[in-house]
Design a protein around this ligand. Structure first.
Ligand code: KG4
Ligand code: ZN
Length: 360
């Protein structure tokens, strides 16, 4: 019996610098010994969005301290680490370089393997850190940079069945929040104001909703919000709350319709398996969105899982865990592995951003 493996993970793909240490307990269970996150929200708040150069600078300023803090908090010695994993894409290149170089340096000094992790694989597996979820399952990933349905057939076997043709869902929340004058990130602000608003006040478009596929498009919805705001002379608190509530309701309707379509495809592929849905990414923190999935689960007897909030947003625990799974399968990388700003999880998935999809 080998000793329980310990993996250090690093996440720097966007605006969170995070370092985590995950230790295996059994073949199916693992423990997060530490998960340190340094958010850059304060840095990007003024501009209302992430500025790549500033993000990279901030990652490089804090990464070494975060590694030391994560090791101390985990109460382990550096030489107990069995592998060093880092997000190597997709994401902002400057940030990826900081994390990957730190991971490679640590791996070489310790003479342990370096493992390059796809950030989307981290999100895809994140719910398994807390729940015993069996393959296959349907993943809906909704974050600031990504919106996709992927069938997780098994470890390292991912089939994307739907994606966004333009904005990511979190981006649609952030951009709509910005025209309403809310602070960044906009998702939590929209949710907060929506609680006080009338969700039926404004009818916003649901782009490509009647197409029989699992793709999304949010840019028309975002533009409709911007037009409604621009054409209104009295932008008071009630108006903003009503817009936030109507926008959020439109999103919930879109997610419900498209998820039913994705489940249809999942069931076609796995007619004899119980449908399991995992909703991950920062937008999955939204309580109204959660309700939609919980209701669908109850009505149709699906298993629905949401990772805890700290595992939904960007974090290194999910990267260390993906690293642990890869280490178990001896899927390690050479130190020559270069970060990839664009790196689809399903390598056969077509790049659809900006493309028109004809209705089926
Ligand atoms: O996964 P994440 O932390 O980072 C990325 O990989 O992008 O997701 C951040 C996104 C932001 O767009 C933020 O506005 C959105 O998640 N978000 C929310 C909520 N909390 C965070 N969107 C809607 N409702 C929320 N409560
Ligand atoms: Zn993410």
């Amino acid at each position: 019996m080998h000793k329980n493996r310990i993996v250090l993970g690093i996440e720097t793909s966007c605006d969170e610098t995070s370092v985590s240490i995950v230790k295996e307990k059994t073949k199916f269970e693992q423990e997060i010994l530490s998960n340190i996150v340094n958010s850059q929200v304060k840095i990007h708040e003024k501009s209302g969005g992430v500025i790549p150069e500033m993000a990279a600078r901030s990652h490089s300023t804090v990464i070494d301290k975060l590694i030391i803090t994560a090791v101390n908090k985990a109460n382990i010695k550096l030489n107990e680490i069995d592998a060093v994993a880092a997000t190597a894409g997709p994401g902002l290149l400057g940030g990826l370089i900081v994390g990957v170089v730190a991971a490679k340096t640590l791996a070489s000094v310790l003479n342990k393997p370096f493992i390059a992790i796809n950030h989307l694989e981290g999100h895809a597996l994140s719910a398994k850190l807390e729940h015993k979820i069996k393959y296959p399952y349907l993943l809906l990933l909704v974050s600031g940079g990504h919106t996709e349905f992927t069938i997780i057939n098994g470890f390292n076997d991912y089939h994307r069945i739907g994606t966004t043709l333009d904005d990511a869902l979190g981006e649609a929340f952030d951009k709509s929040a910005r025209v309403l004058g809310f602070k960044y990130p906009g998702g939590p602000e929209i949710e907060k104001h929506a609680k006080k608003g009338d969700k039926n006040k404004y009818k916003f478009p649901k782009p490509i909703i009647s197409q029989k596929n699992c793709h999304f498009s949010f840019s028309g919805l975002k533009t409709a919000v911007a037009h409604t705001v621009a054409s209104n002379k009295n932008i008071n608190a009630k108006f903003k709350n009503d817009i936030a509530a109507s926008f959020q309701k439109t999103i919930c309707d879109i997610l419900e319709i498209k998820t039913k379509r994705a489940i249809f495809e999942f069931k076609n592929k796995y007619p004899n398996k119980k449908t399991t849905i995992v909703v991950a990414g920062g937008v999955a923190a939204n309580q109204e969105i959660k309700k939609i999935f919980k209701n669908m689960g109850k009505e149709s007897n699906y298993d629905v899982f949401f990772p805890s909030l700290y595992l939904c947003t960007d974090n290194a625990a999910m990267i260390a865990y993906a690293g642990l799974e890869r280490l178990r399968q001896k899927k390690i990388n050479s130190l020559k592995f270069a970060p990839k700003p664009r790196w689809p999880l399903d390598k056969d998935a077509a790049f659809l951003k900006g493309k028109r999809i004809d209705a089926k």
